[in-house]
Design a protein around this ligand. Structure first.
Ligand code: M6R
Length: 613
């Protein structure tokens, strides 16, 4: 995915665009670029490979001025990350500049048609094809920029959020979206564009979340924006207030967003449970209103990707324990393509922090076609996932900017827990005492996380011992199997150390062959039901000289004796342990990665949300 920023008004565009790019850099950091019209309405493009800071350095000595501009930060799909493939892209005559987030699927056909007409291309991108195609359509039919973009898009297959400006046309900014998000900010005398609200919130709280397949013309000095769909029908301008504050998208004194977000978890969980968990009860309106659907279904399918999928695994365990409904958990990218049997009587739960993950959205669309009831768990208000659902629950974690998900995971697990408790209570599949006890314990989770965070230094010390490692293993059972997967994912994505998560008892079916004195093994072993079996698993590993880091319950005296290092978590109900055991694992990954000098907020090759297949 990429990030898009735009500005038209009476202020200088460059500082607004650069600041916006920094805020959207989490979406991709392969290259960055800016296009502006100067005071003589000439069009200039500045772009460089790498991060926004490189672009700033490149622009430093240039005399850049102009009050209309567009800017882009790229996560490469078509064509390697270099200066030439960076956006914005010029059209053949260099009269148009365009930025794009998404993929134009029929770009090869369009490119061939344009080559046959004499157009030449400098980049390998699908985006350059699009801007050339817009110019071709414009010139062939003598159209305005808006008409040309509209007509071109009716012939484009794929996903896009785009913004276009034109030399000699300083009063018009055109934008469009299909499948990729785009927001318009409405200022006093100016307008802003953003892939999300972060580049806009500093200037205005009034925004329009553009509908699917909308094309927009913003005209300098005119209050009314033209917004139409691809069929040229006027769309309603639904102005909403941005829910986030500037402070939420800044680091607040932490060296990285990831660390800030790890430490924010007590607060994000309080926000997530606010008005929902009270006096040993859980009130989740999305579930209460749709309880008959849950009563009558034979199956729940949970689908998601990455960390959200790990939360989904915990959801399966919760729903099967407390609601007695069979649950299938599906990686969205597999589910969407393997011709799954989905029935109208099923319920599909989609989990996504960003609400823009292409595979999750496709899985939802597949189920929607069967008439399946879709329930969403999502963090970003107004996102595509949120709009596609029949009902749902927002996690209210606040903006998550670090590429590695942390507070998104714990709030998703909290929502799944609240759902399981509410459904179980309504269906009578959980006894009252258990329901009240777990509800009460859930409300105490933020304090317990605080207490783990207060020992972060100890985890940092442990992390220093293991920066040598080239491989890591994470083991957990029951609810903590998913935490083992999540711990391993966190470590590999930010430290680039290879890590595997396994159900602890699976070790002896193969992976134990890898264990030697160089292999650190993180064992998640709070004191519950099959604790004795985990003790045996740990002994087996120790007998093979594995180096054990154990996450154990307060006061544990068995595993702690065998392990090389142990980290305690406060006592808690078994089903709530993932909310605590994951915290030391997040910190361990963070400290190992920073000790190795990694860029934890923007790890290589990754982007915050994956809006392409
Ligand atoms: O926005 P989503 O929750 O749909 O994103 C799903 C995954 O792409 C995401 O969780 C990814 O795995 C994170 N980088 C994990 O830290």
């Amino acid at each position: 995915m990429c990030g898009i920023v735009g500005y038209i008004g009476n202020k200088q565009a460059y500082p607004i665009l650069i600041k916006g790019l920094h805020r959207l850099e989490y979406r991709g950091y392969d290259s960055a670029g800016i296009a502006l019209l100067d005071d003589d309405t000439n069009l200039h493009v500045y772009k460089t490979q790498g991060k926004v800071a490189n672009l700033e350095a490149f622009c430093k000595d240039k005399n850049i001025s102009g009050t209309i501009g567009i800017a882009h930060t790229r996560w490469a799909t078509h064509g390697e990350p270099n200066d030439v493939n960076a956006h914005p892209h010029y059209s053949q005559s260099e009269n148009l500049a365009l930025i794009h987030n998404g993929i134009i699927e029929n770009y090869i056909t369009l490119k061939q048609m344009l080559i046959d007409k004499g157009y030449t291309f400098v980049s390998q991108t699908d985006t350059e094809v699009l801007v050339q195609f817009v110019e071709y359509v414009k010139n062939e039919n003598n159209l305005s920029l808006y008409e040309a973009v509209h007509q071109a898009l009716t012939q484009v297959v794929g996903a896009y959020a785009i913004a276009v400006i034109e030399k000699g046309n300083p009063n018009v900014l055109i934008a469009a979206r299909k499948g990729s998000p785009l927001i318009i900010g409405i200022g006093e005398d100016d307008f802003f564009l953003g892939s999300d609200a972060s580049p806009i919130v500093e200037y205005t709280k009034d925004v329009i979340y553009l509908e699917e397949e909308s094309i927009v013309q913003i005209t300098r000095g005119q209050k009314d924006i033209v917004i139409k769909n691809l069929d040229n029908v006027d769309l309603k301008q639904n102005i909403q207030k941005i829910q986030i504050d500037l402070s939420e998208i800044e680091k607040g004194g932490f060296p990285h967003f990831m660390l800030k977000e790890i430490f924010e978890q007590p607060k994000s969980l309080l926000m997530c449970m606010n008005g929902r968990v009270e006096r040993q009860n859980v009130v989740l309106s999305g579930i209460r209103e749709n309880i008959e659907k849950f009563r009558n279904t034979n199956r729940i399918i949970i689908t998601a990707c990455g960390t959200s999928w790990h939360a989904g695994i915990i959801g399966k365990y919760l729903f099967e324990s407390f609601c007695k409904i069979p649950v299938q958990i599906e990686v969205a990218s597999e589910f969407r393509y393997r011709h799954p049997v989905v029935r109208k009587s099923d319920i599909l739960i989609a989990i996504s922090q960003s609400g823009e993950t292409a595979d999750t959205i496709a899985a939802m669309e597949l189920a929607k076609k069967q008439g399946t009831f879709i329930y969403g768990i999502c963090n970003v208000v107004g996102s595509s996932v949120a709009r596609l659902t029949d009902s749902g629950t927002y996690t209210h974690a606040g903006p998550e900017i670090g590429v590695a998900s942390t507070k998104a995971f714990t709030t998703q697990v909290a929502v799944l827990t609240m759902m399981a408790l509410t459904i179980g209570k309504e269906l009578g599949t959980i006894d009252d005492a258990t329901y009240h006890r777990i509800s009460k314990e859930l409300s105490q989770i933020p304090q317990k996380i605080e207490s783990i965070l207060s020992h972060a230094e100890r985890i940092e010390k442990v992390s220093k011992v293991f920066t040598y490692a080239r491989n890591f293993m994470y083991l957990g059972r029951g609810y903590n199997y998913a935490v083992a997967l999540e711990g391993a994912l966190k470590l590999k994505e930010i430290s680039y150390i290879h890590a595997e998560g396994y159900p602890a008892a699976e070790m002896k079916h193969g992976p134990i062959a890898l264990v030697d004195e160089d292999m650190p093994i993180v064992v998640i072993a709070p004191k519950f039901g099959i604790y004795d079996k985990i003790v045996s698993n740990v002994q087996e590993l120790k007998a093979r000289n594995g180096r054990i880091i154990a996450i154990v319950s307060e006061g544990d005296d068995r595993i702690a004796k065998i392990a090389d290092y142990s980290i305690e978590i406060p006592d808690v109900e078994e089903c709530l342990t993932p909310l605590l055991t994951v915290i030391p694992l997040q910190l361990l990954s963070y400290y190992i990665a920073t000790a190795k000098g990694r860029d934890v907020d923007q790890p290589r090759n990754l982007a915050k949300s994956v809006t392409v297949e």
